[in-house]
Ligand binder design. Structure first.
Ligand SMILES: NC(=O)C1=CN([C@@H]2O[C@H](COP(=O)(O)OP(=O)(O)OC[C@H]3O[C@@H](n4cnc5c(N)ncnc54)[C@H](O)[C@@H]3O)[C@@H](O)[C@H]2O)[C@@H](O)CC1
Ligand SMILES: [K+]
Length: 467
């Protein structure tokens, strides 16, 4: 569980935001008191009277531990504290001085039912030393409840990479804002439930977690064309395009046309079919001014005709959603091709497709942002941690989507759903955020062992939660 619509900042941005708070006259000690008070509050809520063991590292994460230990002890809790070494000079050292209980060595620590991890937070820069990681993992294993302060020690704040974090953290209390490490890579698995503590540090960022969209009920004067016409192009595997077309219909598009050389197969009667056999046919069809968005790629194939279809779709001055085989065809030339389009483009790669199209370094957010800027397209980089990035720097992140979505066809459904949102809600991240939320919610409603066809049936239920 991750708070929705929450700001996400890097460790450096968080430090800068803290410096701005200090510059406004708030002392480092009082900020640490706020952080420690939030930790004490949440720990008390979950501890329900059980004995508490608090781990304190050398830096400010440890400083928060000393504050929490003092406040919990003052409130009558049974608290033991262990430290990895002397606290760093400054606020952490001053908070240590205010802690009047004993401080013992981590290596002598006895497990207790409640564990609070204040070893390292955003200052985590290198892997945990092996012996320390083993002791820490063992204490987590033997605890009944574990809360990590800001981040689990052993998770890289900016990338979510594993620097030796234990399994079994139940709650991570993010201080001030979420960090990418709560949402990406191994961090996503190891944080448990993420709670956000507002410690009154203003942050300014264009990165947020995905929120539930607001969807308008069609107005009295709405008609099929005003609600948007989506054209889905069929290729070698017609089932994939049909899934996308049906998802566009369920997603609220007013009119959906499936265009291909075998469009007459199964599917709803409300789906309009159009026979298209060559790239010339396709160009002519895409010239129809009623078309508001095009979906190309699901089941397209990778032959010469598929390439010609891709060129025809690129040339059409319409919003374009590219998925699957279209992305494979773009390959390493993706950015060069995509940036030539005048009309808006969305691409929906999974990590394998993304890595074939774009180089890049850094976290999944950094790489997706860089690719979006280079390609001048909005990118929905799918996965357990789905990152949406737009060329001008906007980021939305959906973590904890249903793991049952990892089956064939669910990506085709997302592409169609995205097209339906594009024709209804316009540009950039907004339609992508709506589509990703609806897709994840439909998956939750479909439950375990879902198949892509069933997912479509739950889209209206997801939409009804957004009205
Ligand atoms: N800056 C502030 O005033 C505030 C910071 N806060 C807390 O401070 C944390 C950040 O504090 P720090 O910047 O001091 O950093 P940490 O407390 O996360 O880490 C302390 C130091 O440990 C060292 N270190 C990193 N990886 C290590 C490893 N594998 N083994 C051994 N040592 C390692 C680093 O040199 C780092 O400076 C936040 O996560 C948050 O918990 C909060 O108290 C709010 C206020
Ligand atoms: K921690």
């Amino acid at each position: 569980m991750i708070p929705s619509g929450a700001p996400i900042v890097t460790a450096a941005e968080m430090r800068a935001a803290e410096q701005a708070v200090f510059a406004s006259g708030v002392s480092q000690d009082s900020l640490m008191e706020r952080a420690g008070a939030a930790v004490a509050r949440e720990t008390a809520r979950f501890a329900t009277g059980r004995p508490i063991l608090i781990l304190a590292g050398p830096g400010n994460n440890g400083g928060d531990s000393y504050v929490a230990a003092r406040l919990l002890q003052n409130a009558g809790h049974d608290v033991s504290l262990v430290a990895t070494g002397a606290p760093a000079p400054g606020a952490a050292e001053r908070m240590h001085a205010l802690w009047h209980g004993p401080t013992s060595s981590l290596y002598a620590a006895r497990p207790r039912p409640v564990l609070v991890d204040g070893l390292f937070g955003t200052g985590m820069t290198r892997p945990l030393e092996r012996g320390l990681a083993a002791v820490f993992a063992d204490l987590c294993k033997q605890a009944e409840f574990t809360l990590a302060i800001d981040l689990p020690s052993g998770i890289h704040a900016d990338t979510g990479a594993d620097l030796g974090a234990p399994r079994g953290i139940d709650v991570t209390l993010a201080l001030g804002a979420l960090k990418p490490g709560h949402l990406l890579d191994i961090g996503l698995e190891r944080c448990g439930r993420v709670l956000l503590a507002d410690i009154d540090i203003p942050v300014h960022t264009r990165w947020r977690t995905v929120t539930r969209p607001r969807i308008d009920t069609p107005g009295a004067h709405s008609h099929k064309y005003s609600r948007g016409l989506v054209a889905v192009i069929e290729g070698a595997m017609p089932g994939a395009a049909r899934l996308a077309a049906r998802a566009a219909m369920a997603g609220g598009a007013g009119y959906v046309v499936l265009a291909g050389d075998r469009p007459w197969g199964e599917g709803p009667d409300a789906l309009v079919r159009r026979e298209v056999r060559t790239a010339e046919d396709l160009s002519e069809f895409l010239g129809w001014d009623r078309i508001d968005a095009i979906v190309l790629g699901p089941g397209l194939g990778r032959d010469r005709r598929a390439e010609a279809y891709l060129r025809a779709a690129f040339a059409a001055p319409k919003p374009l959603i590219l998925d699957g085989d279209a992305l494979t065809l773009l390959g390493t030339d993706a950015a060069r091709w995509l940036e030539t389009r005048a009309a808006p483009t969305w691409i929906t790669p999974h990590s394998g497709e993304f890595d074939r199209m774009f180089a890049g370094v850094g976290s999944k957010i950094d790489r997706t942002l860089a690719a979006a800027a280079e390609a001048r397209a909005t990118i929905v980089h799918k996965g357990a941690d789905t990152v949406i990035a737009a060329p001008k720097g906007e980021v939305r992140l959906l973590a904890h989507g249903s793991r049952w979505l990892s089956t064939a066809g669910t990506g085709d459904v997302l592409a169609g759903l995205l097209a339906a949102q594009v024709v209804q809600s316009g540009k950039g991240v907004a339609p992508a955020e709506a589509a990703v939320w609806l897709h994840a919610r439909a998956a939750q409603l479909a439950g375990p062992a879902l198949i892509a066809d069933e997912l479509i049936g739950h889209i209206p239920g997801a939409i009804s939660e957004c009205l």
